[in-house]
Design a protein around this ligand. Structure first.
Ligand code: DGY
Length: 327
């Protein structure tokens, strides 16, 4: 069997694939393969270990009919047409859970950095602009005691909420449905409809997957509901926010700031208007990027792929049950 890994990943993942006896081809470039390059590189492969940068759709699957499984090294799978995979009998796998805490940590890094203008202040020091202690210099917003609004209360949203208790915050959340009372009680979180959450929160943080329903979930109307000194944090997917509307809100100072680990487009060009806005921190989609977590993601992605190619139930598959119900 031959498997293709679409970029260099932590060795733990490669070792799992090699131990399974596969021929492992790793895309050598620092950038993702183009569609044409991937088609050529993955010709005759049995399985693909992909990243969120690869678009896996019906066209690609039809051009690579030997593919039996696609294992994404990510919890998000908006880059994969799962229906098209299922229709062709291709198993799809993802890597949830292993990145939850690391992503929640990073969400907090952005919350604190935006609220207290950490990057802007540190840059000023690097530029030699620290002249004295200034009573009016780099004034930020308090996080302790503020209201934290969590949009999407799944694994990562809840991990973010757990961390809020140390800051004595009021935690409100919204999702497609209200969580069981025990979870709300344990996390001291209150369910609110989206509009009310936006109007009452000092910090709004996004943790929904990108789906047709959540695309541009936060647009001009939603941003206008937010408090003028509120901030928006996004570690989910860039397209959940209408970028143009966010630029307008930040430029007109209708928002305090934004912390964005994900953007639309991604990567964000260096001359993008978002980067000219006041109090915006943009990081290059690194919320899950700790050494341990990326190694775990690589390992789980590889274990998923090995199981799927052996015809066994993978640890985390999106369509295994559906494929096997169909017989
Ligand atoms: C994911 O897993 O979906 C993240 O965006 C990358 O870790």
């Amino acid at each position: 069997m031959r498997v293709v890994v679409t970029r260099r990943i932590p060795e733990t993942g490669i070792e799992v694939l090699q131990r399974a006896g596969y021929e492992v081809s790793i895309w050598p470039g620092p950038l993702p393969p183009t569609r044409e390059e991937l088609l050529e590189f993955a010709k005759d492969a049995d399985g693909l270990l992909t990243l969120l940068t690869e678009r896996i759709d019906a066209k690609l699957l039809d051009a690579l009919p030997s593919i039996k499984a696609v294992s994404n090294m990510a919890v998000g799978f908006d880059n994969i047409d799962v229906e098209a995979c299922t229709a062709r009998g291709v198993v799809v796998c993802i890597t949830p859970d292993v990145l939850t805490e690391t992503t929640a940590d990073f969400t907090w890094a952005l919350i604190l950095a935006v609220a207290r203008r950490v990057c802007e202040a540190a840059e000023a020091v690097h530029r030699g602009q620290w002249r004295t202690w200034e009573p009016l210099g780099f004034l930020g917003q308090d996080v302790a005691g503020a209201t934290l609004g969590i949009v999407g209360f799944g694994r990562i949203g809840q991990a973010v909420a757990r961390r809020a208790s140390g800051f004595g915050m009021r935690v409100v959340y919204t999702d497609r449905e209200q969580r069981p009372h025990e979870i709300e009680q344990q996390l001291r979180a209150t369910f609110l409809p989206l509009d009310q959450l936006l109007a009452e929160s000092d910090i709004v943080t996004l943790h929904v997957p990108l789906t047709p329903e959540t695309r541009k979930l936060i647009g001009a109307r939603e941003l206008a509901l937010m408090k003028p000194n509120a901030m928006l944090i996004n570690t989910a997917r860039g397209a959940v926010v209408d970028t143009d509307a966010l630029v307008a809100a930040l430029r007109d100072r209708r928002l305090w700031g934004a912390g964005l680990d994900v953007t639309d487009p991604e990567p964000l060009p260096a001359d993008h208007p978002l980067l000219q806005c006041p109090n915006v921190i943009v990081t290059p989609h690194i919320a899950s990027a700790s050494e341990v977590t990326r190694a775990r993601m690589a390992q789980l992605a590889a274990e998923n792929l090995v199981a799927a190619l052996r015809g066994e139930r993978p640890p985390r598959s999106l369509n295994w049950d559906e494929l096997h119900r169909k017989g």
